[in-house]
Design a protein around this ligand. Structure first.
Ligand code: 0XW
Ligand code: MG
Length: 371
């Protein structure tokens, strides 16, 4: 047994209400907060690693919070006694033992990176390729409302210093056109707008949206659900196209690159199965000069520190933007030195995730196992 042998694993739950109220996206789907699961892995020498995963409701990705916790309970006992620093080997082991359920593996994998960083005294950004620059551009998401309410929300975020906004569309296409027009008219011309339909339109609606918004400056994000619908749209879309929900594995990215489907991708840790797999997807994307966003489906400081660490080691020229999830919610789970100014964020730089997790913020474990 080495110093990094996994000696115990605990799973916690934390309810994280949204600061800005109900989050709405297409199809009437909504959530009041994140139902977060936190994994704590202890090594034989007493170091602790933390990982977090929170889905957006049960509707956004093929993931749900109780499912995550059930899968974590299933996996955790099989990791006891293993070397925590052998993260790739542990990922293969998790994939062998449990088919699928990447969202549950994501929090375990994150805790392993945190622990490895503490063992070798290196930050996640250093371990995942080396930090480039010190700040990450942030975006704010403008949840679906009436066009003028969305324009007002956009102006609020501009006053707060954000320079990049994600406009949620994907309902009635005529209303969506009005939403984008209202937001575009309400913000400075150099504000970067992404129009995210969250996989809700068919190709007919997407074509109408593209035609009606020809003269506006924006990037289109995930118009349709299926790969083939998005490919059909790519053929008529001459503006940057970014896929998010579709990008769930290396396989799909390789196919999308071969088809010339994407100009950029959004990598969500929970969707691809954690930092290890996200890093692989990221590295393939940057080898082809694709623009990259690294983020997640939800969470607070633990999760934010993780996707931001990986984002910081992505070449600056290829970074799109990321998100400050810890500011979306009214609770915290760690002391973390995030600083935001002018729509950009500096992140903690200490070993592992660089944060000081406070277990008192999430109460008793819902599961524990030990050697
Ligand atoms: C805006 N997000 C980052 C938050 C939710 O998890 C969904 C996601 C998106 O891209 O729609
Ligand atoms: Mg998206």
């Amino acid at each position: 047994m080495s110093a990094a042998t996994i000696s115990s694993i605990r799973i916690y739950r934390q309810w994280q209400p949204f600061r800005d109220g109900t989050y709405r996206c297409s199809g009437g789907r909504s959530a009041e907060g994140f139902d977060s699961s936190i994994v704590e892995i202890t090594s034989r020498d007493g170091l602790l690693g933390y990982g977090e995963m929170a889905p957006l409701g049960s509707f956004y990705d093929p993931a749900f919070a109780e499912g995550a916790r059930a899968a974590m309970r299933e996996l955790a006992p099989h990791l006891l006694g293993a070397d925590a620093t052998g993260i790739e080997a542990l990922n293969r082991r998790m994939d062998l033992l449990l088919n699928g359920h990447p969202y549950a593996k994501a929090a375990i994998d994150m805790a392993l990176w945190d622990l490895r960083g503490k063992h070798c005294g290196l930050s996640l950004a250093t371990m995942s390729g080396g930090a480039e620059g010190a700040t990450l551009a942030l975006y704010r998401s403008i949840a679906q409302q009436a066009p003028d309410a969305m324009a007002a929300r956009a102006q609020k975020y501009i006053v707060e210093g954000y320079r990049r906004l994600q406009v949620k569309v994907g309902l009635d296409v005529n209303d969506d056109i009005a939403r984008l027009q209202a937001v575009r008219a309400a913000v400075p011309a150099d504000t970067v707008l992404f129009c995210d339909a969250n996989a809700s339109w068919g190709t007919a609606d997407t074509r109408r949206f593209l035609m009606a918004t020809r003269d506006l400056d924006y990037t289109l994000e995930q118009p349709c659900a299926s790969y083939d619908e998005n490919l059909a749209i790519r053929r008529v879309c001459d503006r940057p196209l970014v896929l998010d929900e579709t990008i769930d594995s290396v396989d799909v990215l390789l196919r999308a690159m071969a088809d010339g489907l994407v100009d950029g991708i959004t990598i969500k840790l929970a969707r691809v199965g954690g930092l290890t797999k996200a890093k692989l997807v990221r590295d393939i994307a940057i080898a082809r000069n694709l623009k990259v966003t690294i983020e997640d489906t939800g969470g607070a400081e633990i999760d934010t520190a993780a996707y931001c660490g990986l984002m910081l080691s992505t070449p600056e020229a290829l970074r799109q933007h990321t998100v400050d999830f810890h500011n979306w919610v009214t609770v915290s789970n760690a002391k973390a030195d995030f600083r935001i100014a002018d729509g950009a964020m500096t992140i903690p730089v200490g070993p592992g995730l660089g944060i000081e997790v406070d277990v008192n913020t999430f109460g008793d474990p819902v599961f524990a196992c030990q050697l």
